[in-house]
Design a protein around this ligand. Structure first.
Ligand code: GLN
Length: 400
């Protein structure tokens, strides 16, 4: 091992705090905290985005088969061969891009580890990472963990559009990467081709990478279309495309995600991943190969079911007095809650979980300045109709 130490000077032992400076800079996830509160108060959990219905039978069977076949030891650290092949096939079918599963794919423990391994692979401390705000809360701590300085670009309601000039100003000569989550959590925004072109233009101008979190790619409504940034001319060479089994196959607890990136970048991601976690669960990667090869009808049905759940929730929330920002993708609804007269989102979310019996995520957890989300909360609608109806029945007790 070699190399010079990176980062600021260590604090002298006598004045050292018990935990690292990085650990002091962020709190536990508000989303996961809300799940704990939901359990404590026996509330309907529309906070954390995980389905409360079964995964596809053939995918579960494939996992059982893999364990019975004694696929119980480490897979290749960067991913089981057959799973990587299936990833490459699907990516080709979805995007028309040919990628080499031996040199351009890394399998990690969920999109979460894939994102942090990717950032660690390309970002040096002090370099900047552009993030659209509101943003999935992990990206904040992710930036801190790898020493990056986040630069935010606002998405403005009701359509969550951004100002191209603000985007251009966020990209500087210190920019290393932009994180793009489309379809977007928490807003449900699906970035258009024209918007992706603007982002690509900035990547070229500043020689930056794009890291795309495309975990909701199959959940797109209202005639919108998911576009992978890697398909834009010249972007394949500078994009890390991240995805996972979690949302598409309703297996958020399996923790199987992957990154598709050019060989040199993949090498670096593989090293980070290897020393972070060694590998994702081997039998579940086998099952993942089965999942990725499900027929087109599976995806159509999945999407149509989610659209129905969305519409049910939009109508129900509207009746109770929430102002909904209609999502065109993913499985969340951001709402404006000013009609209820609470001083802020955290107070309102606490009231909802304790007194009404419904858990949501306070809007402020998606913004760096809590004031921006102070009158917003996020609902997840990845639940059975019965669960959604029970939540709506409870919410009817609210008075706008
Ligand atoms: N992505 C999901 C959400 O936003 C789950 C987050 C998590 O806890 N990993 O709710």
């Amino acid at each position: 091992m070699s190399g010079t130490p990176i980062g600021p000077k260590p604090t002298p032992a006598a004045v050292r705090s018990p935990v690292s400076r990085k650990a002091q800079q962020f709190t536990e996830s508000v989303i996961r905290e809300m799940t704990r509160l939901a359990l404590e108060h026996n509330a309907v959990n529309l906070a954390q985005g995980f389905p409360d219905f079964a995964a596809p039978e053939e995918v579960k069977e494939a996992a059982v088969r893999a364990i019975r076949a004694d696929i119980n030891q480490y897979a290749i650290t960067w991913g089981a061969r057959e799973f990587r092949r299936a990833v490459a096939e699907r990516f080709r079918d979805d995007t028309g891009l040919e990628v080499d599963p031996e040199r351009e794919i890394t399998v990690c423990c969920g999109a979460t580890e894939t994102m942090i391994a990717s950032l660690l692979a390309i970002v040096d401390p002090g370099e900047e990472v552009v993030v659209f705000e509101p943003y999935y809360e992990n990206y904040g701590p992710d930036a801190i963990i790898c020493g990056a300085v986040p630069r935010y670009v606002r998405l403005r309601p009701p359509d969550w559009t951004f100002d191209p000039q603000e985007l251009a100003a966020a990209f500087t000569d210190r920019t290393r990467a932009v994180i793009l989550n489309t379809p977007n959590n928490p807003t449900g925004k699906v970035f258009t081709h024209a918007e992706l072109e603007l982002i690509a233009e900035q990547c070229f101008r500043t020689n930056a990478y794009a890291i795309t979190d495309e975990i909701y790619e199959c959940l797109v409504y209202d005639g919108f279309r998911h576009i992978s940034l890697a398909t834009l001319p010249g972007m394949r060479e500078r994009t890390i495309t991240i995805n996972a089994l979690s949302k598409t196959y309703s297996v958020t607890g399996w923790r199987v995600g992957y990154a598709i990136a050019p060989p040199e970048v993949t090498n670096a991601i593989r090293k980070m991943h290897d020393f972070l976690t060694v590998g994702a669960a081997a039998p579940l990667q086998e099952a993942g190969a089965t999942a990725l090869r499900l027929p087109q009808t599976y995806y159509q049905k999945l999407c149509e079911n989610y659209r129905m759940r969305r519409d049910r929730m939009l109508a129900g929330l509207d009746r109770v007095g929430f102002r909904c920002f209609q999502p065109h993708g993913a499985y969340y609804i951001m709402t404006d809650v000013s009609a209820f007269g609470f001083s802020n989102d955290v107070e309102f979310a606490r009231y909802l979980v304790r007194e009404i019996g419904v858990a949501v995520v306070p809007g402020s957890s998606f913004y760096r300045d809590p004031a921006l989300g102070a009158q917003q909360v996020r609902f997840a609608f990845c639940k059975t109709e019965a669960t959604l109806d029970e939540a709506l029945r409870r919410l009817a007790k609210l008075h706008a």
